[in-house]
Design a protein around this ligand. Structure first.
Ligand code: HEC
Length: 122
């Protein structure tokens, strides 16, 4: 294949790949990595004093799970009591942007596709 044609093909393939790439996720704060929406600054102000926001952004959970985590911060890690309104807004933010995720593992293979088990039963 001639070089110009090959280059054109590579460019076209790259453009196609770019066009199909998933859109960038929500915008995040450059320093904390928190999603730049709603009350993210309340989380920045109240939750990054002792540890990186990464502990938050890499976690996920329902509002109830986040409530338990915040209680843990208070009861075992020495976090000051939060104003009830502020805590509710932080919980809303966390539940919305770091909510429960679907399982990210693939579905298990059907048994007829699995190899025979070489081990004797226990
Ligand atoms: C007074 C200090 C302090 C404050 C303030 C604080 N944390 Fe923590 N947090 C900790 C400590 C200590 C750990 C344990 C760190 C470790 O295991 O390395 C932790 C761990 C965590 C974890 C990981 C827990 C796990 O189960 O893996 C999450 C999530 C978290 N904090 C969320 C928050 C949120 C949300 C806030 C704000 C509402 C907050 N933290 C405020 C001290 C604090």
């Amino acid at each position: 294949m001639q070089l110009p044609r090959l280059t054109g093909l590579i460019c076209a393939t790259a453009l196609l790949a770019l066009a199909q790439a998933p859109r960038a996720a929500e915008e995040t704060d450059r320093v904390t990595g928190l999603t730049l929406e709603g009350d993210w600054q309340l989380v920045q102000a109240n939750c990054t004093e002792c540890h990186s926001a990464l502990l938050i952004t890499q976690n996920a959970g329902s509002r109830g799970i986040w409530q338990i985590r915040i209680a843990t911060m208070r009861n075992t890690h020495g976090m000051d009591e939060l104003d009830a309104d502020i805590e509710a807004r932080i919980l809303d933010y966390l539940a919305e942007h770091y909510g429960q995720r679907q399982a990210s593992r693939r579905a298990p293979l059907p048994t007829h596709l699995l190899p025979d088990n070489p081990y004797p039963p226990l």
